[in-house]
Design a protein around this ligand. Sequence first.
Ligand code: IFM
Length: 467
Amino acid sequence: MTQPSDDYRESGLEFPEDFVFGSATASYQIEGGVTEGGRGPSIWDTFSHTPGRVYGGHTGDVACDHYHRWESDLDLIAELGLDAYRFSIAWPRIQADGTGPANQQGLDFYSRLVDGLLARGIRPVATLYHWDLPQALEDRGGWTDRDTAYRFAEYAHLAGEALGDRIHTWTTLNEPWCSAFLGYGNGHHAPGIRNRKASLVAAHHLNLAHGLGVSALREAVRSDALMSVTLNPQVARGDHDTSPEAIRRVDAVGNRIFTGPMLRGEYPKDLLEDTAAVTDWAFVRPGDLELIHQPIDVLGINYYSTSTVRMAERDLPISQEGTLIPGSEQVVEFLPQDGPFTDMGWNIAPDAFEQLLLDYQRDFPGLPLMITENGAAYPDRLEDGRVHDKARIDYLRRHLTAVHRAVQRGADVQGYFVWSLMDNFEWAFGYSKRFGITYVDYETQERTLKDSARFYQELVRTHRIPA
Ligand code: IFM
């Protein structure tokens, strides 16, 4: 018997017949048309138009112009032979300022998109929130305002009523960790707020939005539609004496802050203890956990890389009876990692991906998993009409091998969506990072399938990892 390779570079491995292969995108990253069809401004319009926030001053104003090119983009998906397409709905297209009746033009855009997918035999998988919060709601506090969760439920209901007869799987939120901690914690993402307590408040209101959203959808959509949320588990590792404690802390504030309430109906005790100096969590009201803890049918997992951690002492002045005295606190330290790295500087660790899937399967038995994103950015070059993105193929091969091994070892992984269908607006990095399996020339908007797209097309056709 041949031994599995240590580097995860396998070929020929066969996926189950009903394993779903798809690709994913998100509204603000591809659509453009930001002032068309009655769309209101989102926090990403504001953020990207604020000097210094996004690389090169790039914005999503035009992006991949998908708002106008959606039909040919669907043809591309069909050409690749994909089973499913994961897209997100821009909330400010449905409710320009986040409240009130639906904007029919916005609903019509997504309705045409969904019909176009179905006509091509592609399963529609819709995410309700992939970070483009209506700016008007941010002006009232955004995710730090409890009311935003209720507005989200209203929006979910409107989207469900209009599209619920045709969407196969609904995802409430994409990566709430990013919304809470990059949006309100370190300010790297819109709305650009830096406040530790605000990030925890936002996390709770995102959890509440998820639960209320699932309930609102269930009332509006067909009974066999699947309910889901997509998380991006923080995979921390390390072999220092203090690494286990650092890993526990990262897991608490990075993962169990969402899986606890959503999947178990409680916030983990250690999370509340770890964050006691920042907040007493009084914003969690009686009954909230029941509202959040709604049954879901599938858990979306986005995975790219890992981090290496240990505990460290950080000097800081401690306040005692009005005076500041020197002191220190124990904090998680993120250490430099071994390569190889992608163009994002993210390390490549398919072994951690396999383990993550097995861990989630063990921790949440009976809940199927879907890989809703996985992929890599590389500095691709278009030469003579081709993009020879060998490094991306290598990344995909290794991560598909990891998924295959997890499935072999008992994980109920039902499918895999590559990130992304095409190059797009990579948030604070603008257009400087290319994640697509399709190359986008932003001058002409011409799309060119990269070699990785051909690799993926072959995988989808044969259900085997190509040689
Ligand atoms: O581009 C993002 C996507 O919007 C969310 N998940 C991670 C991707 C790569 O950074």
